[in-house]
Design a protein around this ligand. Structure first.
Ligand code: TRP
Length: 361
């Protein structure tokens, strides 16, 4: 069986380092591993509209931002198909048929939808489109017969729901769809990178994000004012690592070679942690180290972004070509789905012949 990746992001804003360690960095590694036959990376504008339908301009503007973030992280359009969800109407058609296979109560139990409904104060008036988005996500994944879906932890319930839809479809209509596996970040710190204020999640509305497109000064400012350990008042005080944003970021970004390069006084992160908890190591030193590491990771991303920013029409060409290729694949799956569901009347010569024979008698 072919190894196929599908994943994507809602274009509601620029991507930040939480997206990067949670998913983007891994996608680039997977792309460059050469282990996959096809890779589809989707800008999920139709899904973004399910809770931003009253702000279409925001989605329209952010398609380019997300595309630039993708390309600048190293997604290579010759290896990965970058495409725009709404331009593939086959996905909407698949969604419509999958809706028959899911109950309202099952959607209500989806933990991600549940918490999003609360977050958006939708309780009393949930738009049907929003409520339905896990089904549309199943269409995104199955249209490409994805075997692997690299996503953040919050997307687990979506993949589980997709697998259920696949099993149900295949058991009723025959083996057409492929059950995908989820691929989560392997490092605990990367599963859900906290905001610079120590709050559980990076989010634009909380103003606690470091964006991939931030300039070095902004990054430095955000790191130097980052939340650490409120009990670590004097350098000599013992510091605490739990909930300490600077150390969580180090867990997510630090590599062994960074010590020789940026902080030769220590051999590895464990030594730094040990000194910090013992007392005698100040936050400023830790943050300066973190800033150097982040710069080494973000500088090449920023430089690539600058190059792509010079040719925006080319970026749209990349998306257009990716969308055309993706559409061919989705159309083939939709044909198979319709045949399995017996709604391929005009293509089914045997149906017409059989009925003609019946009426000829
Ligand atoms: N739900 C994802 C997000 O919030 C975006 C998305 C849409 C997606 N369809 C998908 C991710 C299919 C993986 C697979 O960013």
């Amino acid at each position: 069986m072919e190894k196929i990746i599908l994943t994507g992001d809602r274009p509601t804003g620029r991507l930040h380092i939480g997206h990067y360690v949670g998913s983007l960095r891994r996608r680039v590694e997977l792309q460059n591993s050469g282990e996959f036959d096809k890779i589809f990376i989707m800008i999920a504008d139709a899904q973004a509209l399910t809770d931003n339908f009253d702000n279409p301009e925001k989605i329209r503007q952010n398609i380019l931002e997300v595309a630039l973030d993708y390309l600048s992280c190293g997604l290579d359009p010759t290896k990965s198909n970058l495409f725009i969800q709404s331009q593939i109407s086959e996905l909407t058609e698949l969604t419509f048929y999958y809706m028959n296979l899911v109950t309202v109560s099952r959607l209500q139990r989806n933990p991600t939808v549940k918490s999003e409904i609360q977050m958006r104060n939708f309780e009393a008036s949930i738009p049907v489109g929003f409520f339905n988005y896990p089904i549309s996500q199943a269409a995104d994944i199955t249209a490409f017969k994805a075997t692997v879906v690299p996503v953040g932890e919050d997307q687990l319930p979506m993949i589980e729901q997709t697998r259920e839809i696949v099993r149900k479809f295949n058991s009723i209509y025959g083996e057409v769809l492929v059950e995908p596996d989820v691929l989560l970040p392997d490092n605990q710190a990367c599963l859900r990178l906290p905001g610079t204020d120590g709050k559980a999640k990076m989010s634009k509305s909380l103003g606690n994000c470091i964006y991939l497109a931030d300039d070095p000064k902004e990054v430095q400012k955000k790191i130097m004012s980052m939340y650490t350990d409120p009990l670590h008042i004097q350098v000599s005080d013992p510091g605490h690592l739990e909930g300490n944003t600077a150390f969580i970021y180090l867990d997510a970004f630090c590599k062994p070679e960074h010590f020789a390069e940026f902080w030769p006084e220590y051999a590895n992160l464990d030594e730094v942690k040990e000194h910090y908890t013992r007392g005698g190591l100040g936050d400023v030193k830790v943050k300066k180290f973190l800033n150097k590491i982040m710069e080494s990771e973000l500088a090449p991303i920023r430089a690539r972004r600058k190059e792509y920013e010079k040719d925006i029409p080319m970026v749209y060409d990349i998306l257009k070509e990716g969308t055309e290729r993706a559409r061919e694949v989705a159309a083939k799956t939709l044909d198979e789905v319709k045949a399995a569901m017996k709604i391929n009347y005009f293509d089914d010569a045997s149906l017409i012949a059989e009925q003609a024979k019946r009426y000829a008698k």
